[in-house]
Design a protein around this ligand. Structure first.
Ligand code: PFF
Length: 502
């Protein structure tokens, strides 16, 4: 069985693939700005605590579930549980939905990379500002769809070659390359004049409010929900990815050590991404302010001097407007940094996307095996990618709500919520990251802690590991993880209330 399913070529190959899954847009884009918007250090500390007491434990549990059953997400839940067997479906639904926007964001990275490449090749040609560029990209559905197809073709080619032949090979080259490129961008970012303000924004408690980047720090529950949601998303948990990757892992490998390495590596890369992105964006904002830049005041409609609050550090504009302006302001060498940066984000996006696709593919492969057939991987991957493309087209054509087909347009609602009905990307994100993921994680920890009991997984965890964490594991999975998840869910519901959804 193990043989026909395929397995990782080596433990380091598995580790790089798992780190590749974890390191993605969530790290490079989500982490830095969520940290800034949530009061910097408070967020960081809550994030670390959640990563150790919840993330690390759920990571071990998911890898153990996959390896013990030798099956993908749905198969693993079916084998292990009676009461919670249906959670597997939730954990396959999430990756499928996430891919609808992940692929489009990947497509934007390809567009930006090619743009910077052409700016490099045709130095001296007229160059658009980041805002103009992003605006024209969003309102060009054809381009977005074409690049989404390209992104999906790349993923298809990797996934069709299998776990060790495709996913592992890509990550073995992609992850070290990403790391080197990240270091190059950090050095450039930190040497820009004014970068120290960005460092303070990240690491000095309360500085974001004091310096006027944000008007007030959010409440504790909101920070908890943001940090918790971010932690699950960033570590690729509660979406079947680690169950799936664990199912291809050999019994000799150490699940505890591997989980620790994945969590630490992901957190280090997220912090590094912060260092690459935030100081550069802040430095560029300061240069604009010092240069006497003005902005249109949204409330009054009048032109006024730019302030720290106008430096865009959140949302899609951070990567696709602010940073593009940073590269353009660097002069003739700027586009080179642009190419390096968008290439590294693209690699991060691909390495995560292939794990999301693999969750769905493994389900169909396992189903074929259950019926006594050897699944046709290339064909299954093709169908899964085509299905993803259908939903991704909606997100691509919507252009973040620019083209009149956003949920609120189609449903005839008012767009006063500033959230889920704004655009299809936010809608998909709310369904997956906002609801399915925390709910799935809560039910999963209840299942392991109270239905099948921690012992069932501890037996698996003991194989390949001499380190005994039985007490810590049982306590966290029975009490801390469910409590943390309930609080994250409450924070999420609280956000929904404030957005007027309920
Ligand atoms: N961890 C990825 C990121 O930080 O962007 C996103 C992700 C990949 C989430 C795979 C879930 C998953 F199963």
């Amino acid at each position: 069985m193990e043989q026909s399913r395929g397995s990782w070529g080596s433990n380091i190959g598995f580790l790089l693939a798992a780190i590749g899954s974890a390191v993605g847009l969530g790290n490079i884009w989500g982490f830095p700005y969520k940290m800034g918007k949530s009061g910097g250090f408070t967020f960081l500390i809550i994030y670390f605590l959640l990563a150790v007491f919840v993330g690390f434990i759920i990571m071990i549990a998911e890898l153990a579930m996959g390896r013990k059953t030798g099956k993908g997400t749905i198969g693993a839940y079916h084998t292990l549980s009676r009461k919670f067997r249906w959670i597997g479906w939730l954990a396959v639904f999430s990756p499928f939905i996430i891919m609808s926007f992940y692929s489009v964001l990947g497509a934007y990275c390809i567009e930006y990379m090619s743009l910077n490449l052409s700016n490099l090749a045709f130095a001296g040609a007229e160059i658009k500002t980041g805002a103009d560029l992003f605006g024209s990209m969003l309102t060009n559905p054809f381009g977005a769809v074409a690049f989404t197809v390209l992104f999906m073709v790349i993923c298809y080619l990797i996934n069709r070659s299998g776990v060790s032949g495709g996913i592992e090979k890509f990550n073995k080259i992609g992850m070290p390359a990403l790391f080197v490129m990240l270091v190059i961008i950090i050095i450039r970012s930190l040497t820009l004049p004014g970068a120290s303000e960005g460092l303070k924004f990240m690491f000095v408690p309360g500085y974001a409010v004091k310096a006027g980047f944000i008007s007030e720090a959010p409440g504790f529950l909101t920070v908890l929900a943001t940090a918790g949601g971010q932690m699950f998303f960033s570590l690729s948990l509660a979406m079947g990815a680690m169950i799936t990757y664990g199912s291809y892992l050999s019994k000799q490998e150490n699940l505890v050590k591997n989980s620790g390495i994945i969590v630490v590596a992901d957190t280090i890369v997220a912090t590094m991404a912060g260092l690459a992105v935030i100081p550069a964006a802040v430095a560029n904002g300061i240069a604009q302010i010092n240069g006497g830049a003005t902005v249109m005041d949204a409330a009054t409609g009048l032109e006024r001097a730019m302030t720290f609050a106008d430096i865009q550090l959140g949302g899609p504009s951070l990567l696709f407007v602010t940073l593009q302006d940073v590269f353009q302001a660097m002069g003739p060498i700027g586009p080179l940094f642009g190419v390096i940066f968008y290439l590294l984000v693209l690699i991060a996006a691909i390495s995560s996307a292939i794990s999301l696709i693999e969750v769905v593919v493994t389900y169909f492969m396992d189903r074929a095996a259950e019926k006594g057939r050897q699944g046709n991987r290339p064909r299954i991957v093709l169908w899964v990618c085509l299905a993803i493309m259908v939903e991704a087209f909606l997100v691509a054509m919507d252009g973040l709500g620019s083209n009149g087909i956003a949920p609120y347009n189609l449903l005839g609602m008012e767009n006063n919520i500033n959230g889920w009905n704004d655009c299809w990307l936010d809608f998909m994100d709310m369904m997956s990251e906002g609801i399915a993921m925390p709910l799935g994680a809560l039910l999963m920890s209840l299942m392991v802690g109270w239905e099948i009991k921690p012992r069932t997984l501890l037996d698996e965890i003991h194989q390949g590991s001499r380190l005994r964490i039985d007490g810590f594991f049982s306590f966290c999975i029975r009490f801390i993880a469910p409590l943390g998840m309930v609080m994250i869910l409450l924070g999420q519901i609280d956000t929904f209330f404030r957005l007027g959804i309920f």
